[in-house]
Design a protein around this ligand. Structure first.
Ligand code: BGC
Length: 442
């Protein structure tokens, strides 16, 4: 066997986490959950959301502001008891493609960012008459003391906007709405995390849903805790599980973390989410090329540039089902200017991409196992896990790998748990949260 083939095989094996490793990780995760819930610190923040879930009977028209990554979306949504309909929707990137603006960079201020959000809200309302309760999905780690307030703990997903960390995003939005003359028309009612939005949306029509999760650019999960001691009540808990630091990390994970904007933070997210999978693949390939002679050791300036690969590249590589793997070869040529004349090399590249993605799915499954054990150790209830996000929805093989891992871990109890894709949960969920608050204040 050639040097690169042997090294790649070893690497592929090391990326595969057997059920025993996942089970052990689930125990560590469960411990961290319990530590976080009792306020003893640790890597899981276990943030209360001040919501327990919808009744399914919420009705009316509400505004939803979804802010959490590449695009800001504002929608006017009609809720009709278990069902929802979007009346009007607007979507704008946070960073303009032509470079005209970028509200995520450090030189952008909180005022500029929130004025931008308020102007999108104004545009969405347009000619619609009346006053609207607004639900705001804010998909970053934020500490809440009530449903209408949320203090950003720390930016994630490579956001750097000045003046938001440590501030209440509810207040920042209210101030911007006032500057826009919208104070009378818009009533900011609720701030939720996107995982909470996904959970609320799924629960609206399926009362067995108890876990909401995002596997996209970022990663995180929340769950409905049936009894939170600190509140003596049921409550949805935003775990900020992307920050969990007990997953078995490889040298590549250590390298990626060390070179990231915030070393030590969001360790699990850096192993599983779309923002980082491309970078992990790049680091692995670079090592195989430079030290083991893969692709004849050809230099590739593109591969030497951090974050030059994305999760979409992993999808492209895995999508090639042809015998000769010609699309993998085309990919390598187009993206990295490298020639892979041998089929074995192309196959290896595809297998490494698949192993990186599969590891992500299996790590996430282990976190779900921990939540299920915490909530229902004997699995006597039925559970639906609602998931949104590009990796789960679009990456070839990802959903299957996650479901298989979960079935393997749950063994004979696997029938009690189902997994479901919930699209636009962060949008519809914001409207549901606003409706819950509106109902309570009527
Ligand atoms: C954020 C979470 C969010 C997740 C998915 C993470 O980077 O910290 O709050 O839920 O991304 O969008």
């Amino acid at each position: 066997m050639r040097r690169w083939a042997l090294a790649a095989k070893e690497l592929e094996d090391s990326l595969y986490l057997p059920a025993t490793a996942l089970d052990a990780m689930a125990s560590r995760f469960q411990q961290a959950m319990e530590q976080g819930l009792t306020g003893k610190g640790g890597s899981l923040k276990m943030l209360p959301s001040y919501l327990a879930g919808p009744t399914g009977k919420e009705r009316g028209t509400f505004l939803a502001l979804d802010f959490g990554g590449t695009n800001v979306r504002v929608a006017l949504i009609e809720l009709a008891g278990g069902q929802s309909r979007v009346l009007n929707r607007l979507s704008r990137p946070v960073r303009a493609a032509d470079g005209r603006y970028d509200y995520s960079r450090q030189s952008a201020t909180a005022e500029e960012l929130f004025d931008f959000l308020a102007s999108l809200i104004a545009e969405t309302i347009g000619d619609h008459q009346g006053r609207f309760y607004l639900g705001h999905t804010f998909s970053f780690p934020a500490r809440q003391e009530n449903i209408g307030q949320a203090t950003l703990i720390r930016w994630a997903k490579e956001f750097h906007t000045t003046g938001v960390e440590g501030h209440d995003v509810g207040q920042l939005l209210s101030d911007a709405l006032a500057r826009k003359g919208l104070k009378e028309r818009v009533i900011p009612a609720a701030i939720i995390n996107d995982t909470v939005g996904t959970l609320l949306t799924a629960t609206y029509s399926d009362r067995h849903t108890r876990i909401g999760s995002i596997i996209g650019t970022g990663h995180n999960s929340c769950y409905l805790d049936r009894f939170v001691p600190a509140f003596q009540a049921p409550m949805v808990i935003n775990m900020e599980s992307g920050n969990f630091d007990g997953a078995p990390a490889s040298v590549f994970d250590e390298r990626l973390d060390g070179q990231s904007a915030q070393p030590g933070a969001q360790r699990l997210e850096k192993m599983v989410s779309g923002l980082y999978l491309g970078e992990l693949l790049r680091l692995i390939l670079l090592e195989l090329i430079q030290t083991k002679g893969l692709f004849g050791g050809q230099a590739s300036p593109v591969l030497e540039r951090p974050y030059s690969l994305s999760a979409a590249d992993l999808s492209d590589l895995q999508a090639d089902g042809s015998a000769e793997l010609s699309r993998v070869g085309d990919w390598l040529q187009a993206r990295a200017a490298i020639e892979a004349s041998e089929r074995e090399e192309r196959r290896l590249l595809q297998r490494i991409a698949a192993a990186t993605a599969c590891r992500s799915a299996r790590l996430v499954a282990a976190t779900y196992l921990a939540v299920l054990r915490h909530e229902d150790p004997a699995l006597t209830l039925r559970h639906t896990i609602a998931i949104d996000g590009s990796l789960y929805e679009k990456m070839p093989g990802y959903a299957g790998a996650l479901e298989r891992a979960l079935a393997e871990l749950l063994a004979e109890k696997a029938g009690q748990v189902s997994v479901r894709l919930v699209k636009n949960g962060s949008e519809v969920g914001a409207a549901i949260a606003a409706a819950i608050v509106a109902a309570a204040s009527d």
